[in-house]
Design a protein around this ligand. Structure first.
Ligand code: SF4
Ligand code: SF4
Length: 290
């Protein structure tokens, strides 16, 4: 194919399917397809077999990949007791673990925090419950004390969150249709996302794996990534007005404060840019920030 694509810069291996929370901003919320929840809304609890997880890490290592890896998709990775073994294994192979968690397991388990301190390079913790600036600062202090070597970051969906399909807020939020004419932010596309059953998602929105890119249990990561099908979709979505070409993308309001070039981020347009595009509720932001 004429237009090649750059290699992925992040790999997500989802080791299990479940999350203990029901966040209104999460695409798990309305899922009834049997991927996250069954038709009655009961959560699906499935695990990727351990040998498959190790085989994927080994494949990446043999391929020469020593970049970012994480062990979730739309799930809470620390619920899985095997987490520390997978994390230690990937760490021993020189990969950089940049994990996301809701913090519920780690809050109760100081020993596990100590065990993972330094093995995880960066841990982004969701803060979901604070009611004012003081409470937010207390929670930030708590987590920063828990880890010495791991870098701690926070996600603050009460103040800023992406509007993702299948979430409760997607229906409620006033949306800016100008976003639909934008190219897909390339940081959404340069990720290799593996669901717990081995199926590959195009992006964080594609939990249904609608693009049918392949399954890592039967195809190699490089074959899937550099396939003609993936290359064509990837290149198309980096052009303006391309979202309407795909059903999932045609109602996707994911945007970025970064102005994109073809394969690199060049300029952070900042929070004001996002406020103006209805992506941040300014009133809420002012309540929690100083
Ligand atoms: S904690 Fe994360 S995965 Fe779980 S429901 Fe909330 S946003 Fe979704
Ligand atoms: S535009 Fe399409 S590929 Fe990009 S994030 Fe949205 S759904 Fe995914």
């Amino acid at each position: 194919m004429k237009n090649k694509i750059p290699q992925w810069n992040r790999v997500e291996i989802e080791i299990q399917s479940f999350c203990n929370r029901k966040c209104s901003f999460c695409p798990r919320y309305y899922d009834r397809t049997g991927i996250r929840k069954d038709e009655n809304g009961k959560p699906v609890k499935k695990k990727m077999p351990s040998e498959k997880v190790y085989a994927i890490i080994d494949w990446l290592f043999d391929y020469g990949y020593k970049g970012i890896i994480r062990f979730h998709r739309l799930s809470e990775p620390l619920i899985d007791k095997r987490y520390k073994d997978f994390a230690k294994y990937a760490f021993s192979k020189g990969m950089k673990i940049k994990e996301h968690t809701n913090g519920d397991i780690l809050r109760k388990n100081k020993e596990l925090c100590e065990e993972l301190d330094g093995c995880i390079d960066t841990l982004t913790i969701g803060l979901y419950n604070y009611k004012n600036y003081k409470q937010k600062q207390e929670q930030i202090k708590f987590w920063n004390k828990r880890f010495n070597k791991t870098k701690i970051k926070f996600s603050l969906p009460l103040e800023y969150t992406n509007i993702r399909q299948n979430s409760k807020i997607y229906n409620k939020q006033k949306k800016n249709d100008q976003i639909l004419a934008e190219p897909c932010p390339q940081n959404r596309l340069k990720v290799f996302l593996i669901r717990y059953d081995g199926e590959v998602s195009l992006c964080c929105q594609d939990d249904g794996c609608e693009f049918k890119l392949g399954n890592v249990f039967t195809n190699s990561i490089s074959d899937i990534w550099y396939s003609n099908k993936h290359t064509e979709i990837f290149n198309k979505l980096l052009k303006p007005n391309s979202r309407k070409k795909y059903k999932l993308c045609s109602s996707c309001y994911i945007t970025s404060s970064y102005k994109s070039t073809r394969y690199g981020r060049i300029k952070n347009r900042g929070l004001l840019y996002l406020w103006r595009r209805n992506l941040i509720n300014v009133k809420i932001l002012n309540k929690y920030s100083q």
